[in-house]
Ligand binder design. Sequence first.
Ligand SMILES: C[S@@+](CC[C@H](N)C(=O)[O-])C[C@H]1O[C@@H](n2cnc3c(N)ncnc32)[C@H](O)[C@@H]1O
Length: 280
Amino acid sequence: MNSNLNVSESAFLVNEFRARNEAESRDIYAKLWVTDKTREIAKRYDEQVSPHALGVILGIRNRYFLACLESELRLHPDLVFVNVAAGFTSYPFLVNGLQKSIEIDFPHVIEYKERKLKEFQDQGKLPFRIIRFLPADLNRIEDEERLSMQLKHEIAVKPSLVFMEGLTYYLDSKSLSRLVTLFSNLQTPGSLLVLDAWASARETEAVCSRFRKFLADHLNYPNIRYNYLDVPDLNRLAAGRYEIVELTNMLEKEKEYLGPASKPRSERFSDISLVTLRKN
Ligand SMILES: C[S@@+](CC[C@H](N)C(=O)[O-])C[C@H]1O[C@@H](n2cnc3c(N)ncnc32)[C@H](O)[C@@H]1O
């Protein structure tokens, strides 16, 4: 089985959890992407990995990224929004007035998403939005080179916002570094790149080894060490091209969004960083 196909299954899975936690995620369209197979896998996830963690994490994560999009769009009505490894996220549909969205993911994900979007829009379940889809395997240099050419005319002259959500730990570190270089070469000064990252401390956590085993058992994703990013790694990634304007974590955002009285509902949220970089 192709592990690329199966890491993409994680894009279905996250929608089930976002849909369950709509109040937190604010993704009112996530439920459209939930299939019976996804529900079945999510049920096993609850039993085998953690009953609450992913729902809370994804709700908070989605809300953080959505807030970035909303505030950048208020500042720059001509914003170009680029969602790298977009999966089945709904961002262009959750805001009004976005002139240009670009989504990048594996070809099979893009093909499926384009087809289903059309179906949902024809059925009146989703509003119409103009999205340019760019298929790519982000671990392939040739695909990155092609992306660079395709994106040049889109983001080299306008303020842009780039998301890398739920991606950095799946990419090998060289590919991630190349990708950040690609965007830093193209984005205009002041433009933002937002990502989430896992600290290396997660590697030894029980929930993380259960997660890795789950992906290996159910999604055929290799049970290998993920690409963790600690603060020095994030500094290295940004150095000379971006300034880190926000480095926070899921625990902080959980407190902010859900109120100080909310008890953290999962293991070690502080190991998951939410990072906003601003192009120098
Ligand atoms: C956990 S999902 C996250 C999707 C979405 N960003 C979200 O937050 O819901 C990981 C996404 O990364 C994509 N992905 C992982 N490795 C990739 C690669 N090498 N090239 C292109 N896309 C990749 C998968 O197809 C999937 O859509």
